[in-house]
Ligand binder design. Structure first.
Ligand code: MG
Length: 402
């Protein structure tokens, strides 16, 4: 930071175990420090300016994009994760800018059509090294974004990249180097990465309850059996009497988020106090993550997750859409492997180059990068353009959209 511009250190009040720009493990391509931002603020800004970030607006979270204007998209999900993560980071005196950067980037590698798209692309890529969206998010910021003169990708700090790589199979970890070392040697990521991971969970569990009820695919009666929902729902009923249903649900979901965030902060504070780390690396070396829910909250959270999996993500109507989406992704992959010249010119060139250099796996990776970068509607348009099957019901929403 330039002392002429920065009159105070915005990271001075952070806890000793917080990540700080001054002790960052740095960027792959060294750059002069930012003049009026911290290193992590610069990362956050680069992520927001990226093309992959803008495309999140047109990618499915659970409900295929455009089936209803009120549902979360991957962009609004990302913003909810970021604000929950920032709140937790600030309460724990951790680096809010780093947590925000990790949150904003965490889903950049997601395929169109949510988890269905990821599963389909992984299946198509199985003979070529597989496809995994966390690894792809890192690939987007390390290699695929092409907007800086001096390097590929966004050249983010180690700590941001470490947080983006939430999971990684051991088989792939070696090739990724230091950023994936913990998947081979054990240990934890930074506390900011840990809290952002749980902020993601808090965000999607709660907004999927909200979107699920709105769609009519799940009902309040089903949710009454779940502590996390039932207790605040009852509380709201006792305190406010009869409210219009949407308002009752919104007030309930708000209280669910508050209960989870409050539990996470209190429990993590206890863990941190007991471990008393004096440096972010001491928090990384802990045997288990220091950022965690209490056992009671973790159990309630798991029950909700299981319910959503069974009742919403596996709902026949969601499943029908997912199956069509998967057919489309598989057909696009097969088509571009057989006809790489149908890719956009620059991508086709890249596919040819990689076919020469690395063989068929190189071509497959280029095709997977291209498909993963697609929005829902672009994938549908490509399917139509190329005359592929498996698309007709994609885009038809749940019957009872409210
Ligand atoms: Mg997410």
């Amino acid at each position: 930071m330039d002392p002429d511009i920065f009159v105070f250190d915005p990271e001075a009040a952070l806890a000793p175990y917080a990540s700080r720009s001054g002790i960052s493990r740095g960027r792959i391509h060294p750059e002069p420090p930012p003049r009026y931002r911290t290193e992590f603020q610069r990362d956050r800004d680069r992520i927001v300016h990226s093309g992959a970030f803008r495309r999140l607006e047109y990618k499915t979270q659970v409900f295929v994009n455009h089936v209803g204007d009120m549902y979360r998209t991957r962009l609004t999900h990302t913003l909810e994760v970021a604000q929950i993560a920032r709140g937790i980071a600030r309460a724990l005196r951790l680096n809010e800018d780093l947590a925000e950067a990790i949150a904003l980037a965490h889903d950049l590698g997601h395929t169109p059509f949510g988890h269905a798209g990821q599963e389909a692309l992984d299946a198509s890529m199985r003979p070529h090294g597989g496809f995994e969206h966390n690894r792809q998010s890192l690939r987007v910021v390390d290699a695929l974004e092409a907007r800086y003169a001096e390097f590929d990708g966004l050249n983010l700090c180690f700590e941001t990249r470490e947080g983006i790589l939430k999971h990684c199979a051991r088989a792939h970890a070696r090739a990724l180097g230091a950023v994936a070392a913990r998947f081979l040697d054990g240990g934890q990521p930074s506390l900011e990465a840990q809290l952002t991971n749980l902020a993601d969970e808090i965000a999607y569990n709660n907004h999927d309850v909200d979107d699920g009820l709105r769609s009519g695919l799940i009902t309040i009666d089903q949710l009454r059996g779940l502590d996390l929902f039932a207790a605040p729902y009852q509380e709201v009923a006792l305190r406010y009497g009869t409210l219009p249903e949407r308002r009752h649900v919104a007030e309930t979901v708000r209280r669910m988020i508050d209960a989870e965030v409050g539990d996470l902060i209190a429990t993590s504070r206890d863990h941190i106090a007991r471990a008393a780390p004096c440096h972010p690396d001491e928090a990384r070396a802990a045997r288990t993550p220091l950022i965690a829910f209490s056992a009671a909250m973790a159990a309630k959270n798991l029950a909700l997750k299981r319910f959503l999996y069974r009742a919403l993500y596996r709902h026949p109507q969601v499943k029908a859409m997912n199956e069509e989406a998967q057919k489309l992704i598989a057909a696009l992959f097969a088509h571009f492997m057989a006809h790489p010249d149908d890719l956009p010119a620059a991508t086709a060139q890249k596919a040819r180059n990689l076919l020469d250099l690395e063989g068929i796996d190189g071509q497959a990776r280029t095709v997977a990068d291209h498909i993963a970068g697609m929005t829902d509607r672009y994938a549908i348009a490509q399917g139509e353009r190329l005359g592929l099957s498996g698309i007709p019901v994609v885009g038809r929403g749940p019957a009872q959209v409210r």
